[in-house]
Design a protein around this ligand. Structure first.
Ligand code: ARG
Length: 410
């Protein structure tokens, strides 16, 4: 077991990675809640779990330790009941229950469980018919609250462990998530980072106690010095500038360049890593739909300025910007679906651009995107294909489902 975090690239050999095995939360999605829970369909859980186990096995077979976030949370809460108590109070408060009978009822219900069951329940959600609060309140009988069968909503996006936090160098960002459906996920991260001995002394570049948003799918570590961050549906430009300032001024950080890439703000491309991933020193996947007709895109290069401020240079050529910040003479941008107007958007929708590099030039990706896979192979990439019928319904691929904790240096 490696202590702490070490992620100085997107491509260094992956030796430890954080996952979450999809559980009962996925079966608590309904047609009515699908949209607010950020799903496009309801996955068949049994198959989703098989697919996820196959993914995890692929990572282990290739030398990575797989660490399950639900196990880390269980360690933390089982070890210290005061921490567990504080967590439950905050979790319930953030869910809208500050005190009173519902708060007390939910808290004692969760506390009565074995810690692992409690953690599973936090992910799964709590239905109103699970506990009898012996109360008569209007909100149980009328209005939108009455329509919701849950006291605590499920967290079905938790298997996308990439997003609630992001490893960056020796540290981490713990993210303020955009949508309520995902906000509780990073509270769990906060408790793990604060209380698990594995992460003692890990610097936190930015915590979740902000009103401006950022999600891990937008945070790419291109090198020891350079991070790329998407300006997206989920990550605001304000957050990027504030994070850049922190990274440039914190003595524990090695980063001196942040590249902000503005992408379309929509559900199909909610994060930068759904349209762009790094797969080798000088090779990237890219979805051509992010460029304007003339091939341009808004790219901003942030550098340390005077008096701890940030200097910003605007560019419009992604390739040019990448060459400049990474000191490359050549660059290979490999287009999802070979740039075909039908195949590219279809394969992007099913995360064909979303690859997880496990070593330079070696990636894990969904099997269904066979046109992109063939092209990647032609460009010399070694591809490990994983099963994808059910997992893909949540709109995330191999990179979204993994949070690297340790990568070897490149
Ligand atoms: N890193 C990623 N691209 N994650 C994908 C997350 C998908 C998830 N359904 C959401 O909308 O939040």
């Amino acid at each position: 077991m490696a202590q702490g975090i070490n992620v100085n690239s997107e491509i260094g050999k992956l030796t430890s990675v954080l996952l979450h095995r999809p559980g009962a939360e996925v079966e608590n999605i309904t047609p009515d809640t699908m949209e607010s829970l950020l799903f496009d369909d309801i996955p068949y859980l049994k198959i989703a779990q098989k697919e996820h186990d196959f993914f995890a096995q692929t990572l282990r077979d290739n030398g990575a330790e797989t660490v399950y976030i639900e196990d880390l949370a269980t360690d933390v809460f089982a070890k210290d009941t005061a921490v567990k108590d504080e967590f439950l109070t905050r979790f319930l408060t953030e869910a809208g229950y500050k005190h009173g009978r519902t708060f007390e009822g939910l808290k004692s219900y969760l506390e009565s469980m074995d810690t692992k069951d409690m953690v599973d329940k936090v992910y799964a959600g709590v239905r109103k018919n699970e506990i009898d609060l012996k109360r008569t309140v209007l909100s149980d009988m009328a209005g939108s609250d009455a329509e919701n069968p849950f006291f605590l909503n499920p967290l079905p996006n938790a298997y996308f462990t990439r997003d609630p936090q992001a490893s960056m160098g020796k540290g981490m960002t713990i993210n303020r998530m955009t949508f309520p459906a995902r906000q509780p996920e990073s509270l769990i991260t906060e408790y793990i980072m604060k209380h698990h001995e594995r992460f003692a002394d890990t610097p936190i570049w930015r915590d979740r106690n902000h009103t401006t948003r950022i999600e891990g799918g937008d945070e790419l570590v291109l090198s020891k010095n350079v991070v790329a961050i998407g300006v997206s549906q989920r990550t605001s430009s304000k957050t990027i500038q504030a994070l850049a300032k922190e990274l440039f001024n914190n003595p524990l950080s090695t980063f001196d360049t942040v590249v902000a890439v503005e992408i379309p703000h929509n559900h199909a491309m909610m994060h930068l890593d759904t349209v762009f991933t790094m797969i080798n020193y000088d090779q990237f996947t890219v979805f051509p739909g992010i460029f304007s007709q003339n091939g341009n895109i808004n790219v901003f290069v942030l550098k340390p300025g005077k008096d701890g401020e940030v200097d910003i240079t605007r560019m419009s050529d992604l390739g040019q910007a990448l060459k400049q910040v990474l000191n490359l003479s050549e660059l290979d941008l490999i287009e999802t679906g070979n740039g075909d107007p039908i195949i590219a958007p279809r394969e992007q929708w099913n995360d064909g651009s979303n690859t997880l590099a496990i070593a330079p030039g070696e990636i894990v990706t969904y099997d269904r995107n066979y046109v992109s896979i063939e092209l990647l192979k032609q460009h010399g990439i070694k591809v490990h294909e994983i099963l994808s019928s059910e997992l893909a319904r949540g709109r995330g691929g191999a990179r979204c489902m993994s949070q690297p904790l340790w990568r070897e240096e490149i």
